[in-house]
Design a protein around this ligand. Structure first.
Ligand code: FAD
Length: 615
């Protein structure tokens, strides 16, 4: 079977022709040649070492025996190679063992590796998130004790928030922290659904745990963050006794079987000793700082898996022979054709491509915003670009993962009955992709974040800035031969969208909260659609002049004749045609979705509970 994850030509297009990378002194060594080498290396690692573990990990799953968790056997070799290649801390500070790469470049490497096996990469992803918490909020001692071992992948990391009665409402958690005379804390409680919660890939696991110090206020204001290692760490860095973070169960799940989703009991058979990370009662604000990164990671997970599904479906559609061509009529003389020749299969493939292309660009744009915010010395620019990333975060987590599942479903459909079987990878990709809509704040919570917080951040200025970036792309596209009409159409969406934003703000001011939030998810959807239209229009604006130059004309006939013989003509024409498809065939539905919000229908809040039905 072909080994496919991401389209390298498209990755290169986004990195070098469309979104681009940043050029700060600190990233000086990452020139085009180096970037290309990194992406090639990551792609090789993903295809040769990680991808073979995908199906094996799904079949074998994780096991818990006598308190010890075992990951799928095949993960060990892949993890060793991944660790030795120093891939875990691509973007991090070289002083702590990181590679100091721009986020855009690391993203290119990551999309291959995550697309190859999201369950496997979740071990590294959780470790990275936990290490970033230590780096951001740790004392000198905590950093020295933990960071290098975490960034190298020798030790793992997790994130312990969820409890049985504290899921979306983290503030309801009841895990306690009691201060000891030596300044440490004894942590007691049970955390559930912990990704990579226990495993035998690493020598130790550092758990950032949210807990409530005795006597702390109720709700999120009384939550603190602690570092609780699986094995205590002596002052010289050597491992001490088991710290009583006990795995008492593993979830049996729909997907990501290779990742151990653990129930962890702390301080129940003996003391679990932790140290405070950051300040007392400021645990939630620390988590918020890391949230954008964690949510962008989940968006990337969704995208990468969907991208793999698209690549498989495309490959299959080009080889599977079934049925006669539409134009064959009743003439039995026609030979059967490859399914890519059927309009409905092409429609699905183009839908998949449009979302994949748009989402890839959006993810890289977000990474670039973060690189700018990180690299610039100009405070205004820093605020502008971190603000943009704030707005993009719920779109990336919420909208991208919603669409990723849809893309994966198309992937199954393109394969027909075979897609529903375990004989082909699209079945697993669809199951694996389902979790991305749930963890790290469900997509319902993302929609609330976009409408409730991001729309009004700094008096609405941050959101206005996001819209102004879209307007810049539209204005530029309006001047480019071959995309002017598309620019005009996206402009019409924009005008309507801005009115919608005003309408929502008016309704919020009028205090009709239940009605406003009943439209939160549709609003996330239209904002996401607009963002994809923006990215595709931008792509088409870059591609059209190059297409004109390479093909000599933008006439359909010329392009149809030259595309099969010239890869660049084919690629750039594909960019313009994909934008055209999305803007002409998908965006009209977005306009309709906006009408539904304008309508302000009250059925969601009016419907009595009993009217939903009874037993
Ligand atoms: C495989 C897996 C891995 C996970 N990994 C981790 C991990 O590493 N660390 C960790 O701490 N947690 C982890 N989680 C937990 C995950 O983050 C939670 O499951 C998720 O936040 C939802 O919480 P819940 O399951 O309690 O659902 P609930 O909060 O009960 O939500 C149920 C439904 O109600 C909706 N809902 C709830 N409250 C609201 C509201 N205020 N407004 C609108 N809608 C609402 C939700 O959107 C959802 O649709 C993981 C979960 C799974 C399944």
């Amino acid at each position: 079977m072909a080994q496919l994850i991401s389209d390298r030509r498209d990755v290169d297009f986004v990195l070098h022709e469309q979104v681009g990378t940043v050029e700060y002194e600190k990233f000086a060594e990452f020139d085009k040649r180096t970037i290309d080498l990194i992406v090639t290396e990551a792609r090789n690692l993903a295809i040769k070492e990680i991808l073979p573990t995908q199906k094996l990990g799904d079949e074998e799953g994780c096991t818990l025996e006598n308190g010890a968790v075992k990951v799928p056997e095949s993960f060990h070799r892949a993890y060793k190679i991944f660790k030795e290649g120093e891939w875990l801390a691509m973007t991090d500070d070289p002083d702590w063992g990181g590679q100091g790469m721009p986020k855009t470049v690391a993203l290119a490497a990551s999309e291959y590796m995550i697309g190859a096996n999201p369950s496997f990469m979740l071990y590294a992803g959780m470790t990275h998130g936990a290490a970033r918490l230590v780096e951001s909020f740790g004392t000198k001692e905590q950093k020295e004790l933990y960071l290098e071992n975490m960034f190298s992948g020798k030790w793992g990391g997790t994130m312990l928030l969820t409890e049985s009665d504290a899921g979306s409402d983290v503030g309801a958690l009841i895990t306690t922290a009691t201060k000891n005379d030596d300044g440490t804390y004894s942590i007691k409680g049970t955390k559930i659904f912990i990704s990579s919660g226990d495993n035998d890939l690493v020598e130790n696991i550092i758990h950032p745990v949210l807990a409530r110090i005795d006597g702390a206020p109720v709700g999120t204001k009384g939550i603190s963050l602690f570092l609780v290692p699986k094995y205590r760490v002596n002052d010289d860095g050597s491992l001490g006794d088991f710290n009583n973070v006990e795995c008492i169960g593993l979830e049996e799940k729909m997907g990501i079987h290779g990742n151990a989703t653990a129930t962890l009991a702390l301080g129940q058979k003996g003391e679990s000793i932790g140290t405070l990370l950051g300040e007392e009662n400021k645990g939630m604000s620390a988590m918020f700082v890391m949230m954008n990164e964690a949510r962008a990671f989940v968006g990337l997970q969704g995208f990468s898996v969907a991208s793999a599904s698209y690549m498989y479906a495309l490959d299959y559609a080009k080889s599977r022979i079934q049925g006669r061509h539409m134009l064959a009529g009743k003439d039995r003389g026609y030979e059967n054709v490859r399914i890519i020749e059927h309009p409905d299969v092409r429609r699905q493939l183009l839908t998949m491509k449009a979302y994949i292309d748009g989402m890839r660009s959006l993810l890289y744009y977000n990474a670039k915003c973060l690189d700018i915010a990180d690299g610039t010395e100009d405070e205004n620019e820093k605020a502008e670009y971190s603000g943009l990333a704030e707005v993009l975060t719920p779109i990336i987590k919420g909208y991208i993962t919603d669409r990723a599942l849809e893309v994966c479903s198309h992937g199954v459909q393109v394969y027909g009955g075979y897609g529903y079987t375990k004989d082909f990878p699209v079945e697993q990709l669809m199951r694996d992709s389902r979790i991305f809509l749930i963890y790290e704040g469900t997509n319902g919570i993302q929609a609330i974040d976009l409408m409730g917080r991001k729309l009004n951040m700094m008096g609405g200025k941050v959101f206005e800035n996001y819209l102004s970036k879209i307007k810049e792309t539209i204005a530029n596209a309006a001047k480019i031969e071959g995309v002017e009409v598309l620019a005009e159409k996206v402009d019409r969406v924009m005008v309507k969208f801005e009115k919608l934003v005003e309408e929502i703000k008016e309704r919020s001011k009028a205090g009709n909260v239940l009605n406003v939030f009943s439209f939160a998810h549709p609003f996330l959807e239209v904002t996401g659609d607009l963002s994809v239209a923006w990215m595709l229009l931008w792509r088409a604006s870059v591609a059209a002049p190059k297409l004109l130059k390479k093909a000599g004309s933008l006439e359909k006939e010329t392009i149809a004749e030259k595309a099969p013989k010239n890869k660049d003509v084919a690629f750039y024409a594909g960019q313009v045609q994909t934008a055209q498809f999305f803007i002409n065939k998908i965006i009209p539905a977005t306009m309709g979705k906006m009408d539904a919000v304008f309508e302000g229908d009250t059925s969601v809040e009016d419907m009595a509970e009993v009217s939903f039905g009874s037993k």
